[in-house]
Ligand binder design. Sequence first.
Ligand SMILES: NC(=O)c1ccc[n+]([C@@H]2O[C@H](COP(=O)([O-])OP(=O)(O)OC[C@H]3O[C@@H](n4cnc5c(N)ncnc54)[C@H](OP(=O)(O)O)[C@@H]3O)[C@@H](O)[C@H]2O)c1
Length: 259
Amino acid sequence: MLVTLITGASGGIGEAFAREFAARGQNLVLVARSAERMHALADELRQRRGVRVEVCVADLNEAESPVRIYEFCRQHDADVDLLVNCAGLSCASDFDEIPYGKLNEIMMVNMLATARMTRLFLPDMVEAKKGGIINVASLGGLQGVPGLGLYSATKSFIITLSEALHVELKGKGVKVVAVCPGFIATDFFEHAGHNAANLRLPISGTDVVVESAIKGLAKNRMRVLPTLLDTVLAFSQRFVSRKIVINLAGYFAAVNDDR
Ligand SMILES: NC(=O)c1ccc[n+]([C@@H]2O[C@H](COP(=O)([O-])OP(=O)(O)OC[C@H]3O[C@@H](n4cnc5c(N)ncnc54)[C@H](OP(=O)(O)O)[C@@H]3O)[C@@H](O)[C@H]2O)c1
């Protein structure tokens, strides 16, 4: 049975993707660590939308998780024709102060898990000559963000990988899009120890991310910027020095009040 697999589906943007795809009648596999939250969401979506929803509890900070998730899908007769790599985390702090263990976790979940999940599920899509991948990157991945340096570097990785894949997959029936949201109202900031009240740009709802990503994938775009402001910010980078771009990014994120 064809399914859409969403990592980071226990809350925030991933949950919003799950709700939207279920409303469109797509069967789902939900992946994250929070079992209770995902089971509650799965029960609700099965009941309200009549779709099949499987819950796969997995910690993407563990190297073996992507393979286990792939095997889970095979065992549950779930053919993934749409993969949404959404799980991710940050740590609001200058690089020299990030807890050492967090370094690994941020790189593991944001980069390695995304690359491994894509590598595992993509060949089946290529063989079927049909499928899609939505990689949730960030506006922060368009430049280094002081105070969020490692996070922004992991999101640059996702954008770069998605761009190369987009071209590699031309003519193979599989689409890849990187969605690059600005600030979105989820628990992300709390999880990152980042005071959302300090942010110096507006915060949007999860709906703009989901809508733009789905439209972007349908139109086979390489990268989408969910709001007009995101587009203006990305475009305006062309007219100022890189140093200004990076300083402004740090100012908007406002991790450190002195910036
Ligand atoms: N919010 C924003 O402003 C914003 C802006 C740009 C991009 N993004 C990106 O959007 C994506 C979703 O973020 P969000 O805003 O929805 O944040 P969120 O509410 O904190 O959700 C993060 C999701 O990732 C999952 N996750 C984290 N660590 C995991 C792990 N080790 N194993 C498995 N799942 C893990 C969490 O599930 P469990 O805790 O249950 O495991 C949760 O479902 C992230 O990639 C983030 O970088 C967010």
